[in-house]
Design a protein around this ligand. Structure first.
Ligand SMILES: [Cu+2]
Length: 132
């Protein structure tokens, strides 16, 4: 590996560490890492709605007592599927490292009444937002 490349990798890792903290404003998470808790009671996905900058890591943690899964609503249309987790046992995580800009409604594959929403903003990176 060439030195400039190695330096870039190291700086990227360091920067990710600095930025890898969560901030929350009125339930809207604005950060490079967004954490969503899965819980047994409403709103089930907490916070229910999050917005994130492009390139953010979005992470769910099952803090409930049952199995759950994360399924983008568009998966039901079978044309495309933005994201779909495996079954998450209590205590397990699901991580989306790089969701493209757009609006994403999602639900639990086992309990369809558990619903959440993610908005990924792309403007910061010069890419237009798109709705799905
Ligand atoms: Cu569930």
């Amino acid at each position: 590996m060439h030195w400039p490349v190695l330096t870039l990798v190291i700086m990227t890792v360091l920067l990710a560490g600095v930025l890898g903290r969560s901030f929350s404003v009125n339930g809207q998470a604005l950060s490079s890492r967004v954490s969503i808790h899965i819980q047994q009671h409403p709103p089930f996905f907490s916070p229910h709605s999050v917005s994130a900058e492009a390139g953010s890591v979005i992470q769910w943690e099952n803090r409930g007592r049952e199995r759950h899964s994360i399924l983008a609503d568009d998966c039901l249309r079978r044309s495309k599927c933005a994201f779909e987790s495996q079954m998450l046992e209590p205590g397990e995580h699901f991580v989306l490292p790089d969701l493209p800009p757009g609006d994403y409604a999602y639900h639990c594959g086992i309990h369809p009444f558990m619903r959440g929403f993610i908005r990924v903003n792309g403007k910061q990176w010069g890419a237009p937002s798109r709705s799905i």
